[in-house]
Design a binder for this molecule. Structure first.
Ligand code: ADP
Ligand code: MG
Length: 274
């Protein structure tokens, strides 16, 4: 086919039709080569959706392929079989990074940069003028309650505050989708509970879609609209639970019952591994 018109830019973003899930995993399998030259089967036939503007928690034992699922959602790796769709587009095409935020288990703050400069970092790949980057970073720090600590270095901040800086950095690009890999697992219980309230507040305000990996049943129940329970490796979906309990959930009977149920399922998963 010949055309005299300029080709359509490949990266032009079309809004996904209403009702399109933020993420769809469709029968996804993934294997990795081991150092001994064998293939390690990490995920087998995984299917689930993250509905738009909802929070989905993935729970499962260590090695179940939870981080691999996030890497697939980010388009950092591709499935061997099946398909991963993000905001309606197959990740085999270009992923629109501007719409995706990522928060990791370790906060990955640069020790030689103040909090503000750690947040602007997330915007430095683009063409945004420096003054605009700083303005947005200030807004993101204010959003997580750290406006007063913009000039503090990471070593001057508590664990909870560092976690807030990392959260601000993942939000500063105003993503539609947030991928979170056990982001609060290193915090003490009280600080973690505070971060859960913060995350729920920001989620409510920004209408984000969030995929949240955890190995903690309670964290999943406190946060998620849907919980995907993974089996031990090769990771398969053992159950998908929709959670309709109202917020705030900590300390409620409904939450305690669901945590108990989830823990029992996870223990069974551990036992089948032995
Ligand atoms: P989880 O987050 O549930 O603990 P991961 O997704 O990190 O599990 O890893 C699942 C398995 O896949 C682990 O055994 C890990 O060593 C292996 N794995 C993950 N990524 C790679 C990779 N890029 N190359 C080889 N092996 C990998
Ligand atoms: Mg992991």
């Amino acid at each position: 086919m010949t055309s005299l018109n300029a080709p359509e830019p490949a990266l032009r973003v079309r809004p996904a039709p209403a009702g399109t899930p933020a993420i769809s995993f469709i029968d996804v399998s993934k294997r990795f080569p081991t150092a001994e030259g064998r293939m390690l089967e990490v995920l087998r036939g995984v299917s689930f959706d993250l509905p738009s503007t909802k929070i989905v928690a993935i729970v499962g034992p260590s090695g179940a392929g939870k981080s691999t699922l996030l890497n697939l959602a980010a388009g950092l790796i591709l499935p061997d079989q099946g398909e991963v769709r993000i905001l309606g587009r197959n990740t085999a095409g270009a992923v629109d990074w501007g719409r995706v935020g990522y928060m990791f288990q370790d906060d990955r703050l640069l020790p030689w940069r103040v909090a503000l400069a750690n947040v602007t970092l997330a915007l430095e790949a683009g063409a945004m003028p420096a003054a605009e980057r700083r303005r947005r970073a200030h807004d993101a720090l204010a959003l997580v309650g750290l406006a007063e600590f913009a000039k503090a270095y990471p070593h001057q901040l508590s664990g909870g505050m560092r976690s807030r800086v990392a959260l601000a950095r993942s939000l500063v690009g105003e993503p539609d989708l947030l991928l979170m890999d056990e982001p609060f697992s290193r915090l003490d219980a009280q600080t973690r509970a505070t971060m859960h309230r913060e995350l729920l507040r920001i989620h409510e305000m920004r209408r984000l879609s969030i995929l949240f990996v955890t190995h903690d049943a309670e964290e999943a129940v406190v946060l998620a609209d849907r919980i995907v329970v993974m089996s031990a490796r090769p990771g398969q979906v053992r159950a998908t639970l929709d959670v309709t309990l109202s917020h705030p959930r900590p300390g409620t009977e409904g939450a305690a019952a669901l945590v108990g149920r989830l823990r029992a399922m996870l223990e069974e998963t551990e036992e089948t591994k032995r």
